[in-house]
Ligand binder design. Structure first.
Ligand code: IVH
Length: 709
């Protein structure tokens, strides 16, 4: 009896396990198919509700039977909180780049030449050059084993866990062969616009957002971003003879191909039948159709839901490819045609680290000087470590630089790794004062408020044009006085005995000393609002000060009272002040060093309250200008805030870009308005420049736009 019961029980258990296993297999297959048809073919076979119900059931079964969870289960797409390794791993296929041409005619003559080189007539496949992140997917025994970024072509970063969350990447394929697949991960433009609008620091383009996402530490975060993939090359041991056959097999295995492909051959009929035989979506034609195809493709670029930066022509026959061979870094059987854009290629000769007056550490690339859209660029900001990691950038790399919105130069991507192929990392210590650096959010800071770089930055800002505007008190004078040890903070400016300190010093004649003294004396009578701006409170510029004064916070006493009471409510009750700014103002005004500075300046006789008879700035710096605003912004949400600023300064605002528009303020995801503005030659201004225009009355766009410093 006992025996009988036990056996019954274990049979029931077996039956139950078997049943669970069968259900897991059934649900996995069903959900994988639903995911495939939705993300690859673009149509859903079931309602969202039904999909979620099946998905939740599978999650529940896998949770109670973890040993039954398959490596390619569709539940793996949700990601996890475990750290993505990002470890460096070797590529087992050569990850080559493409040779480039810059005009359709150059591409056409390459095709013609390549055709002539072959013994037999060969067809040419033209694909779109997707502007995304290059990825190599490696499959072993039918399972996605690893996904590596391109890195330096030999070693890439392991981003497997993150890539698994991309629904159009097959987690398993029906073959046991070792397969490597190259493709491009990208973020569709509409998703970019939506996501970027909510980002604290918006990304300049979908590629950068996709690159940042794919390198995130938690795959669960990656799963929230609807990344996509197009694959375009496959490598495995098999009998395939043409590129079209490879694409066909990849498609049959469940990979997502770009349908905007075209196949050309001398013989139009032949092209059509080969394409049809391969069962690959696309169009076909004879070589005489090539030029008009390229023209059409170029024209429809803006209407695509993803970014492309050119076209790629590839020889179809693999045998012909082998004969054509390779140079060190690109195959001779393919050629990219890059669309024209204000871009240039140069080499990163060094990466310096700058420490700003707030302690923020900024890596700056020193470039081999290069001409770009009318000016020579030799420095470009790299923002922070995340930006550098996203680019996989190192010293010696050849990079592509562009002008964001035609104004600020930026490193767009690495074109070729330099010797050594290293990735650059911020130092652990402040390069100026050796204090260990600390990370806060995306940025890194030197926490030492006495760091000479910060002290100098503070003094330069205080005495500079945007601050007290002290005549003859420029960076050299400041550096000299700091070196002598007499200038350690801004109040020293009003204490130094300039005659005693500078007489006889090289470069400081009597006349110059007299001018310095005069400048300092004269600055003593600057109005309160200028003193307040000059203190360098984060994000408190001229406009912000006017707002505070208008709202009745018109003396240092009142401001300090608000700060000491930590009364953010009082500040945010002012329409133009947000929570973040309010917190920054209070933090700065309650700092001990800032309080010491303020007391010292008050004692020295600087103005600590608005007198009321000061002339209100009537700012008409935008008069005669017509501005259109597009995209999303960090500081102007909703963007009508930016329009108000324009109007307050006498400018007109309009909702579309026309020939009469003089300026386009372009935030992230500017889209069609940006294209139109570039087409019409309208001045495009980005947010940073816009803010500097708001703060600098009567100043036009910076003349030397390429220079950061
Ligand atoms: S083929 C050996 N096809 O462009 C040839 N590349 O500049 C391998 N890319 O690293 C590349 N779309 O990231 C190829 N349809 C396409 C492409 C494409 C985008 C990227 C790829 C590559 C870079 C080369």
């Amino acid at each position: 009896m006992r025996w009988f019961l036990q056996s019954e029980c274990s049979n029931a258990y077996n039956w139950f396990m078997h049943d669970a296993k069968a259900e897991i297999i059934r649900l996995s297959a069903l959900l994988t198919e639903y995911q495939r048809s939705y993300y690859i073919d673009g149509h859903s076979q079931v309602s969202d509700l039904e999909y979620d119900r099946l998905f939740d059931r599978l999650v529940a079964l896998e949770t109670s039977h973890p040993e039954l969870r398959e490596a390619d289960s569709p539940t793996q797409r949700v990601g996890s909180d475990l750290d993505t390794s990002l470890a460096e791993r070797e590529h087992t296929i050569p990850v080559l780049s493409l040779d480039k041409s810059y005009s359709a005619s150059e591409l056409l003559s390459w095709i013609e030449k390549t055709e002539k080189k072959g013994e037999k007539e060969v067809g040419i496949v033209i694909e779109e050059k997707i502007d995304g992140i290059s990825i190599v997917l490696y499959y072993e025994d039918g399972l996605l084993d690893r996904a590596l970024t391109r890195g330096n072509g030999f070693i890439g970063n392991d981003v497997t866990e993150n890539v698994k969350t991309i629904a159009s990447v097959p987690l398993s394929i029906p073959t046991t062969a070792s397969v490597a697949v190259r493709g491009e991960i990208y973020l569709p433009k509409p998703s970019f616009d939506k996501i970027n609008a909510e980002m604290e620091i918006p990304y300049a383009n979908p590629r950068n957002l996709a690159a940042g996402t794919i390198r995130r530490n938690k795959s669960r975060e990656v799963a929230k971003i609807p990344l996509q993939i197009f694959v375009y090359e496959g490598f495995w041991e098999g009998g395939q003879q043409t590129h079209l056959e490879i694409l066909s097999q990849l498609s049959a295995w469940g990979f997502r191909l770009n349908k905007n492909l075209a196949y050309f051959h001398t013989d139009r009929e032949m092209a059509a039948s080969e394409l049809q035989a391969a069962d690959v979506a696309g169009s076909s034609g004879s070589f005489s159709d090539l030029a008009s195809f390229i023209e059409e493709e170029t024209a429809q670029r803006a209407s695509l839901s993803y970014e492309i930066d050119g076209l790629v022509a590839k020889v179809n026959s693999l045998e012909a490819r082998e004969k054509l061979g390779y140079t060190g870094h690109h195959p001779r059987w393919a050629m990219a045609y890059k669309f024209e854009s204000p871009q240039a290629e140069t080499v990163v000769e060094a990466i310096d680290v700058q420490v700003g007056r707030s302690g923020r550490v900024t890596p700056v690339a020193r470039l081999r000087p290069v001409q770009l859209a009318g000016s020579v660029i030799s420095n470009v900001t790299l923002h922070n470590q995340d930006y550098i990691s996203m680019l996989e950038l190192g010293v010696g790399d050849t990079v592509e630089i562009s002008r964001r919105g035609d104004v600020i130069p930026a490193v767009e991507r690495v074109l070729e790794k330099g010797e050594g192929g290293g990735l650059w990392h911020l130092p652990a210590h402040c390069p100026v004062c050796a204090t260990p650096l600390v990370k806060s959010g995306a940025h890194t800071f030197c926490p030492n408020a006495d760091c000479p770089a910060q002290v100098r930055g503070r003094i330069e800002f205080f005495a500079g044009k945007g601050g007290m505007d002290i005549e003859n008190y420029g960076p050299e004078t400041i550096a000299f006085l700091m070196e002598l040890g007499v200038l350690t903070d801004i109040d020293d400016i009003y204490r130094i005995d300039y005659d005693a300190t500078l007489s006889g010093a090289p470069g400081f004649g009597e006349k110059k000393i007299a001018l310095i003294k005069e400048g300092v004396r004269e600055s003593l009578s600057r109005p309160f609002k200028t003193v307040l701006v000059s203190l360098g409170i984060p994000e408190l510029g001229k406009k912000g000060v006017e707002v505070l004064l208008d709202a009745g916070l018109d003396s240092m006493e009142k401001l300090l009272a608000v700060a000491d009471a930590n009364d953010t409510g009082r500040l945010v009750s002012i329409k133009q002040i947000g929570e973040r700014s309010a917190e920054l103002y209070i933090a700065s005004l309650t700092e001990a060093a800032m309080r010491r500075r303020i007391s010292a300046l008050a004692e020295l006789g600087l103005s600590m309250e608005a007198t009321g008879d000061e002339e209100r700035t009537t700012d008409d710096s935008f008069s005669g200008q017509t501005w259109c605003v597009t995209g999303s912004f960090e500081h102007f949400t909703p963007r009508s805030k930016a329009m108000e600023e324009v109007e307050r300064r006498g400018g007109r605002t309009v909702s579309s870009v026309t020939a009469k528009t003089t300026h386009l303020l372009a935030g992230s995801g500017g889209g069609s308005k940006l294209d139109r503005a570039i087409e019409l030659g309208v001045t495009v201004v980005d947010e940073e420049t816009f803010i500097s225009l708001l703060n600098k009355k009567d100043e036009n766009l910076p003349k030397e736009q390429g220079e950061l410093f």
